[in-house]
Design a binder for this molecule. Sequence first.
Ligand code: AMP
Ligand code: GLY
Length: 421
Amino acid sequence: MNILILGGGGREHSLAWAVKQNPKCDRLIVAPGNAGIAAIAECADLDIENGGAVANFAEENAIDFVIVGPEAPLAAGVTDRLEAAGLTVFGCSQAAAQLEASKAFTKEICDASGAPTAGYARFDEADLAKEYIHLQGAPIVVKADGLAAGKGVVVAMDEATALAAIDDMFGGAFGAAGAEVVIEEFMEGEEASLFVLCDGQDVLPIGTAQDHKRVGEGDTGPNTGGMGAYSPANVLDNNVLDKAMDQIIRPTVAEMARRGTPFKGVLYAGLMIKDGQPRLVEYNVRFGDPECQVLMMRLGAQALDLMQACAEGRLAEMRVNWADDHAMTVVMAADGYPGSYEKGSVIKGLDDLPESSFEICFHAGTSQKDGQVIATGGRVLNATARGATLQEARDRAYALVDQIDWPQGFCRRDIGWRALE
Ligand code: AMP
Ligand code: GLY
């Protein structure tokens, strides 16, 4: 089978690594890929948000199966275009991508399906939004409706912060994404992520994880795309998982099908859990990054069979073969991230790192220049490992970090602290 993966971050490196272990995989192309992916797959320069260009490329290269990594091509309708060309695609339709692309849409789906989530109101005008904030009081959460690269959410602990967020959003700080805002009740609890494959009808949970969104140790400082993750998330135990599947995931999937826009692909539910009860924070319509890295570490080669069955509507016949293990990934980022950072610093020591089914350093923002690996993004490397216990996975992951020679990079030293305390 010839496989094309769209994307070039740590998520896509881990997808490529897992897919490559499956004997079904003959040829593997990743667009655009990165320096780490280039060691295990062909990398192609391709505008991955242009469905026509991807379809032509897939035809020229006799691709049998396309896996879409990030949300932008999904929201741009690349899956629809590829399926129209007869390709098998792991990734949802443009209509279903609304679950991530519009927070207001997701709230409507929650209302229609009865999925527990924060109370909310929608506004397309600043004055009424501010009046609502005065009435509700803080803490309160202000969200730009559209895709804002993870930055369109302000959790305001006081009213002034919430009002300033309204000015920012209607002032155009998030472009078109902020033309409408959703104001939500602040939910207390512990967050965890649930990943579920959906083929439009059937659902199959394929793992839980906990991300570390803040840049600083002890979960302090500004939000990032994620500084590390581990799986499974112990707060999402079987009891909470059953509730999340019955009260949130299945009703959502049923409502999407009822509307004629079935969800096919991976549904990533961000959950807030309090007293054993999950509530939905948000949906994403793709794997998390870096959560994908720990899921792929645990699933290995079967990930390809699962994604293929999902794309072909055969999930009912699939089971996940779980090992009783734990995985952790530690993100190494460029100094300054998530603020401004320099590109082009040289990373050494990568060639000598151990690599096995228990440990690997996935690449995120890297490229190859003059025979060296250089940093080209904010989040740059993902030291990833698994073990019989979370502590074992963590020791292995940090052992990888400590062998990497990159003075311009940093990482959090406390990934997994909630679970290990
Ligand atoms: P989102 O982009 O919707 O995931 O929001 C980013 C982060 O803001 C989430 O991971 C939560 O930590 C936090 N957040 C979002 N909505 C709420 C809410 N209603 N109550 C408390 N925290 C929230
Ligand atoms: N790690 C959070 C995300 O992928 O959205």
